[in-house]
Design a protein around this ligand. Structure first.
Ligand code: GDP
Ligand code: K
Ligand code: MG
Length: 289
């Protein structure tokens, strides 16, 4: 069978997480309209009788300004090192030249496919122009166009990828979907709702850790801490009479129940940890290794 690591790179908001979810047919990676939603390298494994493709969604590439962002970029670097093929995702409405500069700076050692995403937002002429722009760039073996949001023709897309993937032995069991824990994904779903509900700075000062996960008869009881940097942020997350945290809990619970396929009781606590984003100790404790 064909076996390969297919790692997805690109600028923030190109649609990397949306694409991975579309390919896996499962919502593994959280998605939002805000940049820097994804903070970890997240593997999604797709196995059939013909192939095993290990996709990696990665954080959007930026210049790190604090330690958390440095960890995020380290996870991108690790993905650069073990890819068999790189998918370079471009929001076709974004500056093509900026993407070109970024891809050149990656100094890729593996074949890359440029994936022009969000074709639903431009006309055919523009799309053709973009295709021409990227074709022939030294790192680019192929250009494909998709809309990760409106639906990807999975078979066609996978066939393009398989051209670059070697024959080998599978790394994972055929029913394994990811290498990360259920607790991780539960925390991510809470984080996603924080991106949805709160504007500007709050999501960037926040992380979520699951502290308890217990099966109780037909129910899973989950506790999670929401970590913020300042008391004022805690106040915003709680809201007047706790109305915001209640709303957050309700929204997150619906998605968590879908993910774990069980009824869930979710308890959220907000904790203040000054400067956690710049503390090696806290970053480690919160799973940013
Ligand atoms: P990432 O930061 O690269 O992981 O991007 P996300 O997957 O989080 O997507 C960023 C935003 O772009 C979200 O609001 C998505 O719904 C949106 N998006 C992703 N793919 C498409 C697409 O094909 N068309 C349109 N119109 N929007 C998209
Ligand atoms: K995003
Ligand atoms: Mg993402």
């Amino acid at each position: 069978m064909k076996v390969g690591f297919v790692n997805i790179f690109g600028k923030p908001n190109a649609g990397k997480s949306t694409l991975m979810n579309a390919l896996l047919g499962e919502k593994l990676a959280i998605v939002s309209s805000k940049v820097q939603t994804t903070r970890h390298r997240i593997k999604g494994i797709l196995t059939t009788s013909d192939y095993q493709l290990v996709f990696s969604d990665t954080p959007g590439i930026i210049d790190p300004k604090y330690k958390l962002q440095e960890k995020m970029m380290a996870s991108v670097k690790s993905a650069l090192e073990d890819a068999d093929v790189a998918l370079l995702l471009v929001d076709v409405k974004d500056s093509w030249q900026e993407n070109e500069d970024l891809f050149t700076s990656l100094r890729l050692k593996v074949p890359a496919m440029v994936v022009l995403n969000k074709l639903d937002l431009v006309d055919t002429a523009k799309l053709e122009e973009a295709k021409t722009f990227f074709e022939g760039k030294p790192y680019c073996k192929k250009v494909v166009t998709i809309s990760a949001l409106s639906g990807v023709n999975k078979k066609t897309f996978i066939n393009h990828i398989l051209e670059f993937v070697p024959v080998g032995e599978p790394f994972f069991e055929e029913d394994q979907l990811t290498d990360l824990s259920t607790r991780f994904f539960v925390a991510e779903l809470v984080r996603e709702k924080i991106f949805d509900l709160f504007s500007e700075e709050i999501p960037y000062h926040t992380t979520v850790v699951v502290t308890a996960f217990e099966q109780k008869q037909s129910l899973i009881k989950i506790s999670a801490d929401i970590i913020v940097q300042r008391e004022t942020q805690k106040g915003i997350l709680l809201g007047t009479k706790g109305e915001m945290i209640k709303k957050l809990g309700t929204l997150a619970r619906v998605d968590i129940e879908k993910f774990v396929d069980s009824k869930v009781f979710l308890e959220l606590f907000v904790k203040v940890r000054p400067k956690w984003r710049d503390s090696d100790l806290f970053l480690k404790e919160y799973g940013y290794n």
